[in-house]
Structures are given as structure tokens and as C-alpha cells.
Design a protein around this ligand. Structure first.
Ligand SMILES: [Zn+2]
Length: 536
């Protein structure tokens, strides 16, 4: 059934009510507007909200259009922890925190397998488009996305998701997506997995066969200067195709242009938005993340890739307008997380922060446990900020797990820039300080996949010996752009605090489909126009 035909059920109900001799409404209901033909979710991997005002003078196209014609939330934050790619992308259309989506990080320690697993690796699938290899899928994602709900309500809807990263493409779309494509930096081709189909669709194979990734061989990355003047050279790509070239391409603004070309091919190949029902196209630009990790949020490179993302976005919007019409398309732009400034730059600015050795941290934890409970292999696993204790050893020694966790946490907190260590028992019992950072950690703790101790550093501190990173519950990592434009959307800037988890219930309301199963946010009323396109 087409989404907007649901309104007919409402008319029938009105008819039934009038039969039971209720008074006729004084004013007839307005004719329902047409439902959107296409929902386009654009994610920028690692984009802080402050890039919009800070780089505004460089925007001429995509971001500028969304900022002018869209609903813009100036205080949108991630409501979850940790602020990493897999979790952020999974939250966009599920609206769910890790405690229920099960996506607790880019990877985590699997106690049954006794090793780390990524959020999307799936030995039950094979890669499509790059020789024989194990594939990836959303099989670890627990719950539905807006796209899944749309497909359950309207089986004719098609859902396609593209990114450079597998976890981004896969976790944005959900379990019922028709296709997710991601980039293989070894071959320069876009690949998928047998979760979606037995083979790549012909249009995707044709796209790969044209070797579009090779268009920038030997190219200089020159910044877009002020006033249209060419800026400084920020890098030069290798001249020969191969993993070194593709890896470099991934760390430049050109990689995003390649992804827009793929999105255009998907619009055409899948006839998205052109088949009389609502389709979904999700797209995540990963190159911004690669540049940001390397150079930081205050670099010429991050300014330039953001300005060039504005141009890439414009190309995408123009393609959608040609094929579908922007008047029939809801466009969302957001990000999976922000990023911290580079510690050395912060030191030069007389700001706090620095680098911490994870090995030293673990030594302190192990020493505290050995002092209290004797020698033993107390630490079994680690992933992100989580430490996984040896639960078999704790049981074997007849110890109380909560006591051991607390002792390990104290060992972590003895290291100077550690801000807080939360224990498994503390999080499961909800005993955390009443502040927004603890709330993010609490909402995100997953009983099965979470660790035994979550170690958080003070703001601006990180492990890692170069560049910068993200992952904390602090503003520089959680404050993201959230802009929505299209039919049924009331434009305007909104300053009240909202969370990324509000997006999924908002889109579900707009499309007249069930709210995704784990959504913890609330529909954003200031964005939804009365009498808009969705059934009411
Ligand atoms: Zn990311």
C-alpha cells in the first residue's frame, strides 16, 4: 500500500462516525498532500556542528541550501556513548541507544568467541564484487530502522545505502535493506554481501567496471581558496592504481565525489523515487573522518573537505532534483560524531588535554587486582573504553564480581587523566551520578556485549600517539549537525537541545509508519508541518 493511501482509512472512519449520527465536521479535511517519493539520509562521518557556522563563508551550495531552506537544529547531540561510527550510524534510523540496538562500538569483545568482533562482520555471508572473502551484514543489529518499518508497511519500497565504510552503509539502512554498498580500498570497487542478494546488481557491476575510482590518479588536492582563488596544495595522489592510491584517495575530498557518482548510479539503477512509493537512499561520506583523524578540526584540510562536501552535496541534490524532484524528497543531513582537537595544538593554546598510554592504564588495573586478589590473568579483553575481566577466574576464586569490578575501577582511576570508571554492576543497577555524561553511558550499557569497567578520560585526553580521535560523551564529540528539508518539513532554526535519537521517530511520524522498535527519542514537533505529506 502507498503510504498516503492510509488516509483513505481515515476518511472511511469519518464516514462511519457520521453514520452513527455524530455531527458533520464544519470544515472538510484538506486533501492529503502527496507522500514523499524519496527519503535521502546524508551522513558526514565526523562532522562537528561548529563546522556549519565556522566554515559558512565557504559554503555556496549544499550546506547553504539546507541551512536556508531546512529545519536546522543548532543544539543536536548524540544521546549515546561511545561516540563512534558504528553506534552513530545505527542510531540515525533506529533512534536506539546501544543498550537496545546491541551496537555498542565499532567492535567489542565477544565472551563466547573469546575474541573481538566488529559490529558488522558475518561469517555466514560472502563479499560480492571483490573475490572470495567473508562478508558483512546487520545480523548483530537488534531492532528495526525507519527503513525496515517502511518496508514492512509497504513491501514495494526500496532501501539502498552507500558509504566507504561497511559499518556505515549497513547500520544506517537496517536488516531489510535491498542493498548496501561499501568501498574496498584494495581494489577500488564498491562491494556488498550475500546478506542482500546472491550477486551485485548489474548497474553496480557496470559502475565498478568503469573504474571510476581511477579518475584522480596523480591529482593534486588543492584547497578551494577564498573568493574563488586557488588555495594551497594539501596533498598529491599516487599516479598508479592500487591499494596505496585507493588508501590515499580515501583520505582526500575526492573520495566523496566518487560516492556521489555511485549514489547517482543507484538512483538510476534502482529507479529510486520513481516508482510510485516511498524509497530510501542513505549515504555516508567517510573521507571526512579519515582527514579529521589525521589533521584535526582546526586544520586547513578539514575546512577544505567540508567546503568540498558542500559542493558534493549540491551535486547529489541536483541529481535527485532531476530524477525525482526535490519537492518530493525529504533530505536529512547529520553526522555520526564530532572530534577532539589535536592534543599538541591544545597544549600550544594553553588548553588542557594530552595523550595517555593504554598499556600504563591496564598495568595500573592489573596491579590493583593482583594486590587485592593475588596473581592471575585478570584482564581478558578490551575494546574502546571497556575492559572485560576474567569472569571464570573471578568465579573460580569465589569472589564477588561487583567487588572485583570496583577494585579494577579504582586501579584505573589512580591514573591521573582518568576522569571516571563505571562498573558493570553500577550501570546495571543504574547507580550513576545525575549528570548528562553518566546518562549517556548508562543508556548505552548492554548486559551481554558491554565490558566490566568503562574507563573515561578527562575532556581532551586520548590514547593514540598521533592525530586525534573521538568517542567521549563530551560536547566536541557529541554536538552534531541535524538538518531536514523537504515536503512536510517546516523550515527554521531551532535552538532547543535535541538528540540524534529523535530523528527516527520524526521520520516515522512523517511517513506514517510504526516507530522503530528501540527508538528512545521523541518526534520533533517544530519540524512537522500540520497537513504535511504524511497521513495524520
Ligand atoms: Zn565515524
Amino acid at each position: 500500500m502507498k503510504p498516503w493511501t492510509l488516509t483513505l482509512a481515515g476518511l472511511t472512519l469519518a464516514g462511519l462516525l457520521s453514520i452513527s449520527s455524530l455531527p458533520e465536521p464544519a470544515v472538510a479535511a484538506p486533501a492529503p498532500a502527496e507522500a514523499p517519493r524519496l527519503v535521502v539520509l546524508v551522513a558526514v562521518d565526523q562532522m562537528r556542528y561548529d563546522y556549519l557556522p565556522r566554515f559558512a563563508s565557504g559554503f555556496t551550495a549544499g550546506f547553504r541550501r539546507l541551512m536556508q531552506d531546512g529545519a536546522v537544529f543548532t543544539n543536536a547531540h548524540l544521546g549515546h556513548y561511545p561516540s563512534v561510527t558504528a553506534v552513530g550510524h545505527s542510531a540515525m534510523l533506529t533512534g536506539a541507544p546501544p543498550s537496545i540496538s546491541g551496537i555498542v562500538g565499532n567492535d567489542w569483545y565477544d565472551r563466547a568467541l573469546r575474541r573481538n568482533v566488529t559490529s558488522v562482520e558475518d561469517p555466514g555471508t560472502q563479499i560480492l564484487g571483490a573475490g572470495a572473502a567473508t562478508g558483512s551484514s546487520p545480523h548483530r543489529l537488534r531492532g528495526s530502522t525507519v527503513a525496515d518499518e517502511l518496508k514492512m508497511a509497504h513491501p514495494g519500497s526500496r532501501v539502498v545505502s552507500v558509504s566507504h565504510k561497511d559499518r556505515s552503509a549497513i547500520l544506517m539502512a537496517g536488516r531489510r535493506a535491498d542493498l548496501a554498498l561499501w568501498w574496498d580500498t584494495k581494489t577500488g570497487a564498491f562491494v556488498s554481501s550475500t546478506w542482500y542478494a546472491p550477486e551485485l546488481p548489474k548497474w553496480a557491476s557496470t559502475f565498478n567496471a568503469g573504474r571510476p575510482a581511477d579518475a584522480w590518479l596523480g591529482r593534486e588536492w588543492r584547497a578551494v581558496g577564498e573568493g574563488g582563488q586557488p588555495g594551497p596544495v594539501l596533498g598529491t595522489l599516487p599516479a598508479a592504481p592500487g591499494p596505496a592510491y585507493y588508501g590515499n584517495l580515501y583520505s582526500t575530498a575526492f573520495g566523496n565525489e566518487l560516492l556521489v557518482s555511485l549514489a547517482e548510479a543507484a538512483l538510476e539503477g534502482e529507479k529510486l523515487g520513481s516508482r510510485g512509493t516511498t524509497d530510501v537512499l542513505a549515504l555516508s561520506f567517510s573521507c571526512n573522518d579519515a582527514v579529521g583523524h589525521d589533521k584535526g578540526p582546526h586544520s586547513a584540510e578539514i575546512r577544505d573537505i567540508t567546503v568540498r562536501t558542500d559542493l558534493a552535496l549540491d551535486r547529489l541534490l541536483a541529481a535527485i532534483d532531476r530524477r525525482v524532484g526535490l519537492a518530493r524528497t525529504v533530505v536529512v543531513l547529520t553526522a555520526d560524531h564530532g572530534v577532539a582537537p589535536v592534543p599538541e595544538q591544545m597544549t600550544a593554546w594553553k588548553m588542557p588535554g594530552g595523550r595517555l598510554s593504554r598499556t600504563d592504564l591496564e598495568k595500573s588495573v592489573t596491579a590493583a587486582l593482583e594486590r587485592a586478589f593475588g596473581p592471575g590473568a585478570w584482564l581478558e579483553g578490551r575494546a574502546g573504553s571497556a575492559l572485560y575481566l576474567n569472569q571464570a577466574l573471578i568465579a573460580e576464586r569465589g569472589l564477588d564480581p561487583a567487588t572485583v569490578e570496583r577494585r579494577a575501577a579504582a586501579g584505573a582511576e589512580a591514573v591521573a587523566p582518568v576522569w571516571r570508571a563505571y562498573t558493570r554492576t553500577q550501570l546495571l543497577e543504574g547507580r550513576v551520578p545525575p549528570d548528562p555524561w553518566s546518562r549517556r553511558v548508562l543508556l548505552s550499557f548492554h548486559r551481554e556485549r558491554g565490558g566490566d569497567v568503562e574507563v573515561l578520560f578527562e575532556p581532551y585526553w586520548m590514547s593514540g600517539t598521533s592525530g586525534t580521535t573521538h568517542g567521549t560523551p563530551f560536547s566536541y564529540d557529541t554536538h552534531i549537525p541535524l538538518m531536514v528539508m523537504g515536503p512536510g518539513i517546516r523550515p527554521g532554526h531551532q535552538d532547543r537541545p535535541v538528540v540524534l535519537n529523535d530523528l527516527a521517530p520524526t521520520l516515522a511520524t512523517l511517513l506514517g509508519v510504526e516507530t522503530p522498535s528501540g527508538a528512545s527519542g521523541q518526534a520533533l514537533p517544530e519540524l512537522l508541518e500540520r497537513g504535511g505529506s504524511g497521513p495524520r
